[in-house]
Design a protein around this ligand. Structure first.
Ligand code: AMP
Ligand code: GLY
Length: 463
């Protein structure tokens, strides 16, 4: 093959993935399949099987720059939001290193809920109505003065998932303000407070890769944020995901792209903070259509795991094109038919106090279950064995011709894995399966109608 200047054509590319969770394992796994030589910093016991782990924390930006220079890394991919908000992309840009992700300013789309609302306002992007307050006391006065209704109380800044309270009434909202006001750990995040209208509907995640101009929208997913079955219990980082989410059909996805993703990217450009990287829209499908709950500036976790196993074409090529601002020239990504399911296995005590350091057994047996990839979210190798090392420990992922089959395979693998106190939700993808049944019944009914059976008269929907 003739030598080429195009870095994507080279046989071995050295790529650095920053982070150490299930999302980063899935990204490293996919990039390795795409032919890259992958470094992960800091990685975990699972990433060590597909990449070289380098013991540098995701927060240690100067050391990551040095690593990329000394190891001649030609593309860096950032998993978590904290280094993005802290300016890792700016530092790499300054050093002349290629990196995929938004600058610190652009990452404010995730880092500041108020900034995010301002951008959505500029782009006329549908979202919940809100009011902003400087400090807890003013927010309290407002709640006391207005009628009692469901609201969502949010800290402006990053608060590790602990800054959002979905409240049924005024009393709950006041209690949420108390806990924000008393939380010294997140004092900076709670300087600004938002009180939002509570939206009702089904939640989905839609992500896109963008170079600031062109948007490549990825298949829709559904996360499971609550700790326990039936969406009960405390909020978590996400207990499982599946792809595609059948609530979003092709027409709705096109609508989300046109009315949410594209106007947001445009508004960012007009605000002189062009967004490069993964634009992640957390959406509520309301009776008035999809509305944005939040934007994230990176791949979702565990959404990324469920996405990567379905991506047939090259992730490396896509990320390269985004970094080089030539996304418009790449073929759209190809996805495996069927569906994927990711089940998160968590530690005893998660999401509150977490028990770490427990020996994990059964990983080899789980890996032998057909169609399954066991991504590690928080593990480390100790004396040749694998131990739990955080709250969300494994992201057991299956890809199969149907959602039902993917669920079955994922849980078959889960059954093989044991450690003291391990638990998971048992109902990951159930809402999707129920929706599929509904769609099937509707199809059958309309086929029966077309076959000449008398159909129920249907009222025309008003526009
Ligand atoms: P956020 O970090 O803003 O996405 O909020 C975390 C979770 O809180 C979301 O995934 C939703 O489940 C819920 N949430 C946030 N905003 C609203 C809202 N306006 N209405 C209803 N639920 C919300
Ligand atoms: N799974 C939700 C998130 O990554 O923010």
């Amino acid at each position: 093959m003739p030598a080429s200047r195009n870095p994507t054509a080279a046989t071995s590319r050295r790529v650095l993935v920053v982070g150490g969770g299930g999302r980063e394992h899935a990204i490293a796994w996919k990039l390795a399949r795409d032919g890259a030589e992958v470094l992960v910093a800091p990685g975990n016991a699972g990433t060590a099987a597909v990449a070289e782990n380098v013991p540098i924390a995701a927060a240690d930006i100067p050391s990551l720059v040095k690593l990329a220079q000394s190891r001649q890394v030609d593309l860096t991919v950032v998993g978590p939001e904290a280094p993005l908000v802290a300016g890792i992309v700016d530092a790499f840009d300054t050093a002349g290193l290629r990196i995929f992700g938004p600058t610190a300013k652009a990452a404010q789309l995730e880092g500041s809920k108020l900034f995010c609302k301002q951008i959505m306002h500029r782009g006329d992007v549908p979202t919940a109505m809100f009011r902003e307050f400087r400090g807890v006391a003013r927010a309290r006065d407002y709640l006391q003065a207005r009628e009692d209704m469901p609201v969502v109380v949010k800290a402006d800044g990053l608060a590790a998932g602990k800054g959002v309270f979905v409240c049924n009434d005024r009393a709950e909202a006041l209690a949420a303000l108390d806990s924000l006001g008393n939380d010294e750990q997140f004092a900076a995040a709670t300087k600004g407070i938002l009180i939002e209208e509570r939206l009702d509907g089904i939640e989905v995640s839609v992500m896109a890769i963008t170079d600031g101009r062109t948007i490549v929208t990825l298949p829709p997913l559904q996360d499971h944020k609550a700790a326990h079955d039936g969406d009960s219990g405390p909020n978590t980082g996400g207990m499982g995901a599946y792809c595609p989410a059948p609530f979003v059909d092709a027409a709705m996805l096109a609508d989300i792209e046109a009315r949410i993703l594209v106007p947001t990217a445009h508004a960012m450009r007009r605000a002189k903070v062009p967004f490069h990287g993964v634009l992640y829209a957390g959406l509520m499908l309301t009776a008035q259509g999809p509305k944005v709950l939040e934007f994230n500036a990176r791949f979702g976790d565990p959404e990324c795991e469920a996405l990567m196993v379905r991506l047939e074409s090259s992730l490396l090529e896509l990320l390269d094109a985004a970094v080089d601002r030539r996304l418009e020239s790449v073929e759209p990504p190809r996805w495996r038919d069927g569906a994927s399911v990711t089940v998160v296995m968590a530690s005893e005590g998660y999401p509150e106090s977490v028990q770490k350091g427990r020996a994990i057994r059964g990983l080899d047996a789980a890996a032998k279950v057909p169609d399954v990839e066991v991504f590690h979210a928080a593990t480390r190798t100790v004396d040749g064995g694998v131990q739990s090392d955080g709250g969300r420990v494994l992201a057991v992922t299956a890809v199969a011709p149907s959602l039902a089959r993917a669920k079955l395979q994922a849980y078959s693998a889960v059954k093989e894995i044991r450690w003291l106190g391990a638990w998971c939700r048992k109902d990951i993808s159930d809402k999707g399966l129920a929706r599929e049944r509904e769609l099937l019944l509707a199809d059958e009914a309309s086929a029966a109608g077309a076959a000449g059976e008398p159909a129920e008269p249907v009222a025309e929907e008003s526009a």
